[in-house]
Design a protein around this ligand. Sequence first.
Ligand code: TPP
Length: 549
Amino acid sequence: MNKTVVEYMLNRLYDLGISDVFGVAGDYAFPIEDTICNSSHMRWIGNCNELNAAYAADGYARIKGMAALSTTFGVGELSAINAIAGSYAENLPIFHLVGMPASGVQKSKRLVHHTLGNGDFDIFYQLGQRLACAHTILTPENCITEMERLIATALKERRPVYIGLPSDYATMQVIKHSPVTTPKKPISDQEILEKVVSLITEKLTHSNNICVLPGILSSRLGLSDNVQSFINKTGLPYATMFMDKSILSESHPQYIGMYDGKLMTPEVREFVENSDYVLGIGAMMTDFNTGSFTANIKSEQFISIMPEYVEIDSVIYSSIYMEDVLSALTERLPNKIYHQIKAKGLGKAVLSDNGKITAQYLYPHLEKFFKPNDIIIAETGTSSMGLGFALLPDGAQFHNQTLWGSIGWATPASFGAALAAPNKRVILITGEGSHQLTVQEISQFIRFGLKPIILVLNNDGYLIERLLCDYPEAYYNDLAQWNYHQLPKAFGARDWHCEKVTTIDELNKALEFAGTAENASYIEIVTERYEASELAQKLKESKSSLYSF
Ligand code: TPP
């Protein structure tokens, strides 16, 4: 049977494994919403606002590899734009479907709602284009070829794409042309590949001091298993940086710990920086990955395998792809026993004299609370910095928006992740300041019957900002005080376990209960105002290298 443009578009997304579409309904997007709701296999996930919807899509894509978001013209799409930029920065393919006014209305430049009143119907599309790796406005004529082009680009670049859909075109039948050619997966240039693999093999074979830094881009490309096979086959030790945390198991015997330049784990730093070669595999040397640029890996030490090129001795070899480089190296490099150190966790949770919850107690205690296969979503702020150095059990995932760092991300992202993995335990840890931005989204966990464990760290303000600014007590770091633990009830929770804890004793009991409960838990953890993890304190000391160049 012939399909309408919107049916065709959604079917192609479903073929890719996308069965849930996040968004907020709007009249120009009715054809998209109606088609999803009338479908037997797709689900409309209505969010509280478009920013939350796009963050939720981001969280979903971190688990399932990609996601879809639907917003209405102008007002909806603009609200989503910060989150879309985050997905762009952090390499997550989001199919952003934008319901537009009918083509005739656009041509007539009529004064319709959600426009600027100046007849300009292009402006939002133009804004969207800058934050998409590919973009299109679908028509019955171009629908089939454009969908293939956009899908291929989104999956290659691992970044959002923008699909505009005028409401009249949406319900028209797709016009079929000659058979569609699906863009082919790019193939590496064999000569360059051979040269690069020989160069790397030559260097690595003659050394016993090598460290691999598996990076987030390998995982985003779906190559974590390939990296794991490479590690297993060669016997090479590996460390990870903050953004790359947990992309490979942290309980593997070749894992040596987290590397963060001069800021943390000196034994890992010494190991990495004293290696003859450091082999990055999709690792990005960002500020928070390199301990505020205190990492000291010389260019002659560093071999960087990136998605579409390899850098050796500061020379870039392009037209070769990570998958091919990895598979050739896995085959070519010998299996050896390398110099190695053992990864350490946070150690013992230290009790405080007055029974209050301290960072020295909280983070090591949470480390022990984690179970294999947990999905941990940690917000920007002192809480993620505290957990970043926890040694995670096998299969546990740690997600953080390390590069984009938009506070408020974690609450909806954890909803998206929970929806994508309903059989896994999802643990959200967020500061109360960040939580305030997108807190309504906890109502979605309730609506969809999901059972997260939500930990809200209440330290009376924006602690990380207090640590980084020149005037810690400036009142721009203060917050309205909410009764956080009462929020789930207001958002419709009936059987959630909600509690506010201020002492170690209360914290222990609440976590013990959360760990065994059948229902969701929401624990507000109150600490002193300046109770910060070690990394957060070190960042303060490294302010000069973080902010100047
Ligand atoms: N607005 C956005 C959207 N993103 C940001 N990163 C900021 C502002 C700046 N910012 C970064 S961290 C932070 C702010 C305001 C405070 C986070 O406070 P909280 O969530 O309470 O965590 P804490 O550091 O106190 O543990």
